[in-house]
Design a protein. Structure first.
Length: 152
């Protein structure tokens, strides 16, 4: 085959997914999510090996490394039900700029802001961590009022 028809850029580009330098804290649901992702990528990797698709094999190898590392380093951090402050795993209601928002503070891999899940290292989570209902916090020049918090 002519070299003109080989897409080496796809095979040599950096397909490695960066791993967060933060501790890999997860909720119990987050650990199950990581385990499902690892299982799915194992299946996809096997299919790529069977088909001989080098591009898909490179992608799934990268994903396999990522999810294996995340599964191995995952540390379930259950919320303390006796604490009444915002903590990892808490579901929180806030009022920034007059509009109510509810979200859960979770690990990096399970964060999905459109689903109401934010990473514990996000600026918002950092601003309200260890606060109690009625407390306020500053974020980007705006005041946030904490309306409610529940663990787990």
């Amino acid at each position: 085959m002519s070299r003109a028809f080989v897409n080496e850029d796809v095979l040599t580009e950096d397909v490695y997914r960066p791993i967060s330098p933060n501790p890999n804290y997860v909720t119990a649901a987050g650990l199950r999510q990581i385990e499902r992702a690892l299982e799915a990528v194992h299946e996809a990797h096997g299919a790529a090996q069977a088909s001989g698709d080098r591009i898909e094999l490179a992608k799934t190898s990268s994903e396999l490394r990522y999810w294996s590392a995340r599964c191995a380093s995952a540390r379930v951090l259950p919320p303390d039900p006796t604490r009444h402050t915002v903590q990892f795993g808490s579901t929180v209601g806030i009022v920034p700029d007059g509009r109510k928002q509810i979200f859960q503070i979770v690990g990096d891999d399970e964060a999905e802001p459109s689903q109401g899940k934010i990473s514990y290292v996000s600026p918002l989570a950092r601003a309200i961590m260890n606060k109690e209902v009625g407390d306020t916090a500053m974020l980007g020049g705006s005041e946030i009022e904490l309306l409610a918090t529940s663990s787990g």
